[in-house]
Design a protein around this ligand. Structure first.
Ligand SMILES: *[C@@H]1O[C@H](CO)[C@@H](O)[C@H](O)[C@H]1NC(C)=O
Ligand SMILES: *[C@@H]1O[C@H](CO)[C@@H](O)[C@H](O)[C@H]1NC(C)=O
Ligand SMILES: *[C@@H]1O[C@H](CO)[C@@H](O)[C@H](O)[C@H]1NC(C)=O
Ligand SMILES: *[C@@H]1O[C@H](CO)[C@@H](O)[C@H](O)[C@H]1NC(C)=O
Ligand SMILES: *[C@@H]1O[C@H](CO)[C@@H](O)[C@H](O)[C@H]1NC(C)=O
Ligand SMILES: *[C@@H]1O[C@H](CO)[C@@H](O)[C@H](O)[C@H]1NC(C)=O
Length: 451
């Protein structure tokens, strides 16, 4: 009986041990799985970052081929995600219709009911910006606050990811155990700061130490170095003694800048709705500028007054003849044109031969002697031969000033009489010009125009 009990006890113990072992194994396995998913997540994240970088590079390349090559300044933003149940209000804005023009010959008529030089666009309201993965949605905009390692919340608030805290420059910096910039981590989760840095009140990150306290509107950014706080700047030369002054963009016009982007108007002047500059009453729309008196709009730097929109439009100097100036100094070439140093130049896919010049997209201008463009013979879809005449590809036929397949000629002529007439007149004038200049044109020359 005793032995049976003994056996039973041993058996039960063994069984228990087996169960424990199994449970332990399970736990281990579970841990491994968790680690694996974590690794996988990290890997995916990294991959996405790489992809995003590649996409941005490609985008930059694409842009630089048609617009001027100024590299955009990209601020790494905190994560702004659309949140379920939150539908930010939509706002409307009138934008000059010319910004929507992509083809040189297709002028855009705007859909604003007030002024056809404007298009009405639905935009995200102030404090929100478009969500890059779904253009129809608006997400909170934190501007230059909340860079990386945090979520941008409505109202421009920044919520840092776990193990990150918001520092004195509105960035989410890592804390222990990930690390603490300018310091080392203790096991208990606080930092030990390097020389020249001190622990911030929260004991979670190191901030630079400036011996003498920084001036008004200044912050300490490096050991012993104070600079103007965000939204403030030191004035030029003579006003240097004033220290860091608030900056208002756009300019206050008839007013003082009393805080970053806050103007206080001189007597008799006021701000229009949604504007920050102080202006005179006026009849003009005067976007990107301010009204100096009833009939005068003074433009901001980089903008030029435009009669049609009674506003200031971006200025690209004289370099944007075949494109649209979309922001100061940034010219977007029309379709069929590419940026070549300072200008948008037409592209002729097959070249124009030694005696030709590309004068419009896929239109060569032919002449033996270089001269003003108007004296060139137009040659659409063809190139120029050594005599400075238009030459079509084999199988194409020339009709006045363009190359086309023979069976389309009659349709073209019937469908577009004014254009045919105009081209004919141009060619005729050129012919007369040649006649007077060269002192004699033979009939077979003119016959060649039709070959
Ligand atoms: C006006 O035109 C623009 C550009 O084509 C378009 O995006 C916008 O939706 C139009 N607005 C209205 C109210 O139709
Ligand atoms: C963390 O540990 C360090 C070094 O052991 C110690 O000096 C510090 O007071 C501790 N901080 C907290 C908040 O416990
Ligand atoms: C702070 O002041 C002390 C003594 O005045 C000096 O030795 C030290 O170099 C200063 N540190 C910085 C970062 O300016
Ligand atoms: C309006 O202001 C401009 C620029 O300050 C000035 O040249 C012009 O004479 C003024 N016109 C009137 C009617 O006051
Ligand atoms: C102003 O509008 C007229 C007529 O719509 C147009 O011919 C002209 O090119 C426009 N001027 C500018 C500078 O856009
Ligand atoms: C062609 O142009 C000429 C001169 O401008 C004009 O007299 C003639 O009526 C035009 N013909 C057609 C068919 O448009």
């Amino acid at each position: 009986m005793a032995t049976l009990l003994q056996k039973l006890v041993i058996l039960v113990t063994l069984l228990l041990m087996a169960i424990c072992l199994h449970a332990f194994e399970l736990q281990l396995h579970e841990q491994q799985l968790r680690q694996q998913t974590l690794d996988e997540q990290l890997r995916l994240q990294h991959q996405q970052q790489l992809l995003q970088q590649q996409r941005e590079q490609q985008l930059q390349l694409r842009h630089s081929s048609t617009t001027s090559t100024r590299k955009p300044f990209v601020i790494p933003q905190g994560l702004s995600l659309p949140q379920r149940g939150i539908n930010p209000p939509k706002c409307f804005r009138e934008v000059p219709a010319v910004f929507f023009q992509y083809d040189k010959d297709v002028k855009i008529v705007g859909n604003s009911t007030v002024n056809q030089n404007f298009n009405v666009l639905e935009v995200c309201c102030k404090g929100w910006r478009r969500y890059e993965y779904d253009w129809s949605r608006c997400v909170p905009d934190c501007g230059e606050h909340c860079q990386e390692n945090g979520f941008c919340l409505p109202g421009g608030r920044c919520q840092c990811f776990e193990d990150f805290v918001l520092n004195y420059r509105n960035n989410c910096v890592p804390t222990c155990p990930l690390g603490c910039p300018h310091g080392k981590c203790y096991l208990n989760g606080t930092c030990h700061c390097d020389k020249g840095y001190e622990l911030d009140g929260s004991h979670r990150f190191c901030q630079p130490q400036c011996n003498s306290t920084c001036g008004h509107n200044e912050i300490c950014i490096e050991p012993g170095k104070c600079v103007c706080a965000e939204g403030y700047a030191r004035g030029l030369r003579e006003s240097d003694a004033l220290g860091c002054q608030p900056v208002c963009i756009p300019d206050c016009g008839y007013g003082h800048c009393v805080a970053p982007n806050q103007c206080e108007c001189f007597p008799m002047y006021s701000k229009r709705e949604g504007r920050s500059s102080c202006e005179s009453n006026c009849y003009l729309r005067c976007e990107n500028g301010f009204c100096a008196n009833r009939t005068t709009c003074v433009c901001q730097n980089g903008y030029r007054y435009d009669l049609n929109t009674t506003s200031c439009l971006p200025d690209c100097g004289d370099d944007c003849e075949n494109g649209v100036c979309i922001s100061p100094g940034n010219c977007r070439c029309f379709n069929g044109y590419v940026r070549n140093r300072q200008r948008c130049e037409a592209v002729c896919d097959r070249g124009c031969g030694f005696y030709g010049r590309c004068i419009a997209p896929n239109v060569c201008g032919c002449a033996v002697v270089p001269g003003p463009l108007s004296s060139y013979q137009r040659c659409e879809n063809g190139d120029c031969n050594a005599e400075g005449h238009c030459r079509c590809l084999v199988g194409k036929t020339r009709f006045i000033d363009m190359c086309m397949s023979p069976d389309t000629v009659t349709t073209y002529a019937a469908m577009n009489p004014p254009r045919v007439n105009a081209s004919l007149m141009h060619e005729f004038d050129l012919l007369l010009g040649k006649h007077f200049r060269l002192g004699g044109v033979h009939m077979h020359d003119s016959a060649m125009w039709w070959v």
